[in-house]
Design a binder for this molecule. Structure first.
Ligand SMILES: [Zn+2]
Length: 231
């Protein structure tokens, strides 16, 4: 079952608050037609009545796709600094749900991937990357971020998000930490396969990318964390 709520949201540009309904709990088996909105970034975009800018409603949302074995707790981009506290609380919620909510079919529970993400763009990535080795993917992002650090900092980018694969080329979106997409970057599939084949070495170097629910290269990338700037 999906659940809905409403709240007042401040415009990120002019600060004017307006009330909007939003999805608090997203059941992807039922809201199939709205999954595409998440993937394209069209989900819950509203226009400020004062200054006219369009923006994404930023709120917490549980995304559950039981038949695909994916369960994601999405938080607003601005709450990333609290990731260390959020992670254990989400784990507790998830474990309680497995006990309390028989709606999760047992076979799906066993293989369920659980994630904590910050921002709709990161939820879209979690949906697209189902079936991809998430830890290896973050290690690859870390390499790309470091390879192109000066360019990314100059552009204001703070995050890479996997957006798909075609002809053995992986495509990543460049995002500011407030979720604004700036451009894209590609990498050969072979680089990901090399990392995946050498998990032990990468795990030794970047253990936080192999444990927990918040699997993100940003755990090792403080230098690439500019403050959001709205323009
Ligand atoms: Zn405004």
């Amino acid at each position: 079952m999906s659940t809905y709520d409403s709240a007042w949201f401040p415009c990120p540009r002019c600060g004017a608050a307006s009330e909007h309904g939003f999805v608090a709990s997203f059941n992807a088996d039922r809201l199939v037609h709205r999954v595409d909105e998440i993937l394209t970034g069209a989900f819950e975009r509203v226009r400020c009545g004062s200054c006219g800018v369009t923006f994404q409603l930023e709120h917490r949302m549980l995304y559950a796709h039981a038949t695909a074995g994916l369960w994601v707790a999405m938080y607003p981009c601005g709450e990333r600094i609290h990731a260390d506290e959020i992670e254990p609380s989400v784990r507790a919620i998830f474990e309680r749900r497995l006990v309390d909510v028989p709606a999760f079919p047992v076979p799906a529970i066993r293989g369920t991937v659980t994630r904590v993400v910050f921002g709709l763009h990161a939820l879209a990535e979690a949906i697209r990357a189902a079936g991809v080795d998430a830890s290896a993917l973050e290690c690859l992002k870390l390499e790309l971020l470091r390879d192109h650090e000066s360019m990314l900092v100059a552009a204001g980018a703070g995050e890479l998000c996997y957006e798909g694969e075609a002809a053995h080329v992986l495509r990543f979106g460049l995002y500011r930490l407030d979720g604004i997409r700036l451009g894209e970057m590609t990498a050969g599939r072979g680089r990901l396969d090399e990392i995946a084949a050498d998990h032990a070495r990468w795990r030794d170097e970047y253990p936080d990318l192999f444990i927990g629910l918040y699997v993100s290269a940003l755990r090792y990338c403080d230098v690439l964390a500019p403050q959001p700037q709205y323009g």
